[in-house]
Design a protein around this ligand. Sequence first.
Ligand SMILES: Cc1cc2nc3c(=O)[nH]c(=O)nc-3n(C[C@H](O)[C@H](O)[C@H](O)COP(=O)(O)OP(=O)(O)OC[C@H]3O[C@@H](n4cnc5c(N)ncnc54)[C@H](O)[C@@H]3O)c2cc1C
Ligand code: FES
Length: 245
Amino acid sequence: MKESIFEVELNEKIAPRTYRIKLKGDTSAIEGSGQFVQVSLPGFFLRRPISIHEYDGQTLTLIYRVVGEGTRMMCSLQCGDTLSIITGLGKCFDIDACRKDALLIGGGVGAAPLYELCKELCAQGKNVTVILGFNRKDEIMLAEDFSDLGAKVIITTVDGSEGTKGFVTDALSLHNINYDYFYTCGPRVMMKAVCERIHTGGEVSMEERMGCGFGICYGCTCNTTKGPQRVCKDGPVFKKEEVIW
Ligand SMILES: Cc1cc2nc3c(=O)[nH]c(=O)nc-3n(C[C@H](O)[C@H](O)[C@H](O)COP(=O)(O)OP(=O)(O)OC[C@H]3O[C@@H](n4cnc5c(N)ncnc54)[C@H](O)[C@@H]3O)c2cc1C
Ligand code: FES
């Protein structure tokens, strides 16, 4: 892991209460999709954990939803502002676990880390289907971005204002999707339902409140078949069968 200074290049609204922030800085500690960063915000003691949406040799892009004081402050950041960020945190998705056909399931802002994963899977020549679940049409984000990578995208909305009406699990029943492995990120209740519904192997990206973010404080443990595990260090990506819901 590495702490370095990043400069804001772009901070734009992409959906209600949801922003894309592109930062320029040292990304050399990032190993791949599924990892997260810890963002230090001026005036806040604890860093905020945010998943990597996309990165390259010089830039890091995050997608964040405004839920409290820290993320509210983040959306006021301007181009040229600087932030201290710890990169290279957490375990990556295992892209080799998928043989040929991957299914990615994202709920709300949980779609964000699946984008870099989709890039990696497509680069390996794998077929990718993405199910994105939202409450309403105006919350839909990233659908075109996934399509542009070559993925087949299925949208669900709870109110039926776009795509399949209902939850991501309804799309699983209605669409004949070919996959040998799945990856999911989103609300806990959604990921639990996905794991109960799907019988192939798969991985989930867990979320817990964090203190240090790198394994020292044990403030982020979740129950697993291996006993309590730290989401920041042993996760955030866990195998489906490891998680005790
Ligand atoms: C591994 C990981 C990846 C994440 N990736 C994303 C992402 O890509 N996009 C996104 O919008 N959100 C993501 N989150 C959730 C994000 O960290 C919280 O929404 C954010 O910290 C809230 O900060 P706040 O100051 O606005 O809220 P406040 O409620 O004011 O925060 C108070 C404290 O609680 C912590 N906290 C509050 N909600 C959460 C939460 N859901 N998870 C962890 N800590 C929380 C804050 O970090 C802070 O320390 C992720 C969380 C984890 C653990
Ligand atoms: S946040 Fe400190 S051990 Fe995970």
